[in-house]
Design a protein around this ligand. Structure first.
Ligand code: SF4
Length: 172
């Protein structure tokens, strides 16, 4: 399984978790050898394998897409039979899949994907929630009194001055 080839190809279930996008190359793409791992590696040279494992795990711990990488790796068993993904070994991923099956049932991939989708929809809805009449009135008044939102963050002193003006206008 190549680190650059992360396109799901098997079941429809697994395809619900695409490999997460990263705006910068991940450590496993830059140094894939570090993330090579099969269960027999320890038998050959335990100390060297453990050292490499620890390095890979540290790299994953600092990876911005680690959470989604783990979900992808768990859902796409056929693509992740070997290697370290999101700091887990193949054996640990098997344990996690078994626990998810116990907790969420045999359809756990769809259950997780549905939850993720519901979370994304709630976040999108919250972003597009229209302002109430009162909120819109305050925003308009703030703009009239204090001008448009500046590009630079306001100093605490300016924030307080703007706030005082607003309170004064609302209570006058
Ligand atoms: S978390 Fe996943 S994508 Fe990030 S470095 Fe580790 S294996 Fe690569």
């Amino acid at each position: 399984m190549s680190r650059t080839d992360t396109t799901p190809t098997a079941s429809n279930q697994a395809a619900r978790f695409a490999f997460p996008h990263s705006s910068t190359p991940t450590r496993c793409q830059l140094t894939p050898r570090l993330f090579d791992f099969t269960n027999g590696d320890r038998a050959a040279d335990r100390a060297a394998t453990d050292k490499r494992l620890a390095q890979a795990r540290r790299a994953c711990a600092g990876c911005p897409i680690a959470t989604d990488c783990l979900k992808w790796a768990l859902a796409n068993k056929h693509l992740t039979r070997h290697g370290i993904w999101a700091a887990t070994t193949p054996g640990q991923r098997t344990d996690l899949r078994n626990r998810l099956t116990d907790r969420l049932g045999p359809d756990w991939i769809n259950v997780l994907a549905d939850r993720d989708q519901a979370r994304r929809e709630r976040a999108a809805a919250a972003r597009h929630q229209p302002l109430t009449v009162n909120q819109a009135r305050i925003v308009r008044l703030d703009r009239e009194l204090n001008g448009p939102m500046p590009r630079q963050p306001l100093t605490p002193k300016d924030q307080q001055r703007n706030y005082d003006r607003l309170v004064h206008a609302l209570t006058a």
